[in-house]
Design a protein around this ligand. Sequence first.
Ligand code: NDP
Length: 284
Amino acid sequence: MSEHHFLSLLTGSFSTPSDDNPTVAMVEAAYRHHGINARYINCDVKKDNLADAIRGAKAMEWIGFNCSMPHKVAVIDHLDGLAESAAIIGAVNCVVIADGKLTGHNTDGQGFLTSLQSVTDPKDKRITLLGAGGAARAIAVELALAGATHIGIVNRDQSRGESLAKLISEKTKAKADFIPWTSGYRVPETTDVLVNATSIGLGDAEALPDIDTGSLRKGMIVADVIFNPPRTHLLRKAEEQGAVTLDGLGMLVNQGRVGIKLWTGKDVEASVMHATLATLFGVA
Ligand code: NDP
C-alpha cells in the first residue's frame, strides 16, 4: 500500500461575487493545522450555473460546499433533505454530500449560537435583534430552538420584520414581536442579549445602528455580526457602558467549524481560524 495520498477531500463555496469571501483562508488554515487531507475551493458560480456546479460537485465526489449570495434559497431545489433549522429558516448555506445525497444546513445561526455560548446559555433569555434579513433570520431561529424565551425584532422594513416575528412565533416555542425601528431606539432594560444583525458597520468602523447607546448597560451581552472591521462602533460603545461584547469573527469562525464538522466529522480548533482572519483584517 502506498504511504502517499494524492486525492484530497474536496469542499468549497459557490457564490457570486466571491472574491471578498475570506472563508477559504480560515478553512484551509484549519485543514492544514489538523493535517486533514482536504481542500476548500472558492468558486464564482453565477445564478444560472448553480445546477451545473452542483452536478459537478456530485460528479467529482465533493463532500460538501457552502453557498452564499445569491444561492442560499435557490439551492434548496437541488437538495434531497434539510436539517431542522434550515427548513425553518428557508435558506441553506452549507450542503453535505454523503452517499450521493445532498442535505442542506444553515450554519450562520449555529455559528452565532456557538459564539454566544462562550459567554452565556441563550436558554430562558430575552433577545433584542436589530435586523430581519438573512443573518437575522438564521440567528433568530437558532436562538429560539436553543430555548430563548422572547425575541424582539427591531427592523426598518415592516413586512420583513413582521414576517420574521411570525415565523418564530409559529415555528418555535419562543415568542417574538416586531418593533418598528424609530430613531434613537432604546434597548429595553429586560434585554439579556442585543444582536446587531444588520449590515450597518460593514466596511465602516464609524457606522453605528441608530439606537440610544445609553440604554446599553453593564451585564448586557452585545453581539455584532459584522466581521470586517471586527471592532465595530456598536461594540466600542457597548464596552464603554460595561456590556460584554462578542464580535462577528466569532460567528464566522464557528460557522466554519460547524461546516467542517458536518463534512469531515472532525472538531477543529477555533484559534487557528481566528488568528488567520485576525491577520487578514489587521487586528492580530
Ligand atoms: P440582508 O441584506 O439580508 O439584511 C440586511 C439587514 O440590515 C436588513 O434587516 C436591513 O433592514 C438592515 N439594514 C441595512 N441597512 C440599514 C440601515 N441603515 N438602518 C437600519 N437597518 C438597516 O443581509 P444579511 O442578513 O445577509 O447580512 C447582514 C450582515 O451580516 C452583513 O453585513 C453580513 O456581512 C453579515 N454576516 C455575517 C456573518 C458572520 O459569520 N459574521 C454571516 C452572515 C452575514 P431592512 O429590512 O429594513 O432593509
